[in-house]
Design a protein around this ligand. Sequence first.
Ligand code: FAD
Length: 318
Amino acid sequence: MKVTDHIKNANGKTLFSFEVVPPVKGQNIKDLYDNIEPLMEFKPPFIDVTTSREECIYVKRENGLLERKVTRMRPGTVGICASIKHKFDVDTVPHVLCGGFTKEETEYVLVDCQYLGIDNIMALRGDAAKHEQYFKPTDGGNAYASDLVKQISELNKGNYLHDEIETKHTSSFCVGVAGYPEKHMEAPSMQTDLMRLKEKVDAGADYVVTQMFFDNQKFFEFCDAAKAMGINVPILPGIKPVAVKRHMQILPQVFSLDVPEALIKEVQKCSNNKEVRQVGIEWAIQQSKELIAAGVPGVHYYSMGKSSNIQAIAKAIF
Ligand code: FAD
């Protein structure tokens, strides 16, 4: 079922959803299942599965020189979506990226999703690959998420890339896109970034999931500004509980966001990461309570591997 239909059917009740990351290749999918299992009690209508960019590795050749190879350490997003859907009887949302894929490869991913009965796609540009300083579109690939949304919208009308195909079985993907309450790091201004978000919605995006934030006020202002810009699709806040002290440095650096003084102080008081984890859980519970009171359609949690903190939050809230 489409995410937007889940929202409609909830009749104003806030939905609980989360995203998971595929295992590193060579590892068993069982660990992922074991992380998901305890969260099923809270009846998530959908689970997102991320996609990671390709990366460079250096392989030693016989002559001793190093050869650069491009590899993907966490492949399998669509397969994992299919297996989670089948095992837990839940909708899954694969993250589809512009970066690293030609439009043809993207079309094949979408066709696979259609055959597997996957109804939702999270359409993203992706970050720069680790070996690049800036994001570079792949030759023959989509440059921005809005281009990817257009490709999906065309497919939903039965328009494949190159071929004249007579189709009576068009896809009907519900499309999610990313929004940034504290502005995307590359955008010159909040207003410009919102205009880009509007372009994604105009291209066919049905809902927005936001980047993580720790200050709800920023989310509320973002929603008001989006509305003023004419963005009327549901906006789901993304929440990540902090779990280790290092998050205080890493998260602002990687995601270009502010951490409120009060949260920094609480984390500084902790003498180990077990205590930080507890602070992260309590902060996320408070954030979630306020967001739900404000009537958000859903709260989307970034689990990033271990789910015990998301379980503790969900127990207190859902
Ligand atoms: P876009 O919407 O294309 O925007 C990227 C930048 O370009 C913005 O600064 C925007 O303002 C600007 N821009 C947009 N259109 C134009 C234009 N026409 N001309 C000039 N500038 C333009 N990353 C992963 O690698 N894998 C994942 O699974 C993943 N999941 C995510 C899930 C969520 C909910 C979120 C919020 C992010 C996720 N990301 C993921 C990170 C995301 O890929 C990065 O934040 C990326 O840098 C931007 O992606 P986007 O889809 O927002 O890009």
